[in-house]
Design a protein around this ligand. Sequence first.
Ligand code: ATP
Ligand code: MG
Length: 589
Amino acid sequence: MSTLFLRTLRDDPADAEVASHRLLVRAGYIRRAAPGGFSWLPLGWLVYRNVERVVREEMDAAGFQEVHFPALLPREPYEATGRWTEYGDNLFRLQDRKGADFLLAPTHEEMFTLLVKDICGSYKDLPLSIYQIQTKYRDEARPRAGLLRGREFVMKDSYSFDLDDAGLQASYDAHRAAYISLFDRLGLPYVIVSAMSGAMGGSASEEFLAPMDVGEDTFIRCTSCDYAANVEAVVTPVPPAISFDAQREAIVHHTPGTPTIATLVEWVNSDTELRHPERDWTAADTLKNVVVKLRHPDGTIEPLAIGLPGDREVDMKRLEAQVAPAEPEPFDEDDFAKHPSLVKGYIGPGALGSDNASGIRYLVDPRVVDGTAWITGADKRDHHVIDLVAGRDFTPDGTIEAAEIRDGDVCPVCASPVEIARGIEIGHIFQLGRKYAEALDLTVQDEHGKPATPTMGSYGVGVTRALAAIAEAGHDDLGLVWPREIAPADVHIVVAGKLDGPQFPAGERLAADLEAAGLRVLLDDRYGPSPGVKFKDAELIGIPTIAIVGRGVADETAPTIEVKDRRTGEREDIALDAVVAHLVATCRS
Ligand code: ATP
Ligand code: MG
């Protein structure tokens, strides 16, 4: 450490919101270089390479072959699949000196498809799974939390090519199994959840989420069966339709002084005429209509109305996932001015839908089935309509999964309550199907000599994000705590003694002996800092075993070295002549 290119910090960097970011900067692993971009210092790069090695070893063990692509790519392949436009603002686009369009790749489906088209001609070349570990670029709207969401980050991306659905399923299963062993080895806790496939297209898809509060993904887990899903992918169980026969007539009422859903519900329940025939009305009986604007990738703007039970908010992430690649934006005063049939605060199905005054597309929550009766806006100031029945009094243009999911909602599989939690997306596996192969005209000859279009899968691991997630999962108040395989060294030797004492030579000797025995060692041989500062740095840096060469080594009759477990804090004095064997055993166990 006396020559190591390192600077540890006592204080948290001002811009760091999460522990991994804070500690990786403080412990001298990374430094911010750009918004969403980080430089790696020697200790950080050792850790990075360890994570990368584990990822690579698990991919290789599964029989996937490593290739490598440029990140700077021409526009044409991405134009052919539509993603040059669909990626929207997230894509870094640039031009060369001749004015030709390029991009910095956010992911590489197109290029892998073209390479396979270039190399493979026959069904005999399949199945094939190839991967790379490479820097990706995304102009994220909100780069945040250090390595967790960068604009330049490392991803391991694999792609599988098969002739038929059974083959794709087998390749998908092989990746799923490889991800399980990979995240187990990285020591990361994870939950496998059903996911939406987003801008990638395709059908079956699952995410590996590290369950942690700092994550940006929200998922639900059933409390009784093994169902788990990203909230974006949750499908609301649809209640059975209700017959119109017993339904009351829809009546518009003057409802002054009911500015909120709660006051409206209270007012309806307090009126004997309007009381629900069997029970009290609740906020869930009101139909709230929210209007947004969709900005499509080609720049066009389309208003969209969403009808949902009044006890729930629109979940922006669920909505975004449903309307992608379009992006929802707020409907502002100017927009209301352009649509006079929309009476703010009193928007009802009467004004919505392609057949009605506003002509605005109207999609409702799946709970709004035929025969359900609602309290909703009457499209007139201070007026609501009661007993407006879906399918009888209004017909929406379709349904949309945009309502928030809540703790205790029913599981779509077994109807038990679900619980809700947050997680960090560390991996994602997709069955893409033939979208990319078709767009880029990839075919191989089948057994009968006829051209066949392969079906593809795409599989990603956020390598730098996984590193940050490991730091999140393992830290404590004192600093980082690395799993041994990922740590920058096995043993951190702290020399704590006077310049002319026996500690410095003993520390040097121990380091040399441990290295000769095959362990990786970080030796704190600095003269300047006090032992207290050195101990603090050792805790902060987070190497799993700390060996303190201090007062004990000066005991001439029975010299000892203190060995401390960074995770548990347990300390033991070990006889000097037994310490190498002891540490080797500790680090190998
Ligand atoms: P997110 O929803 O977090 O933006 P994504 O679904 O867009 O991620 P994928 O396209 O599935 O990401 O990319 C594969 C993996 O790459 C993700 O599972 C994640 O681990 C990692 N990753 C994606 N975006 C970033 C980023 N901005 N910074 C670091 N890692 C990322
Ligand atoms: Mg993803």
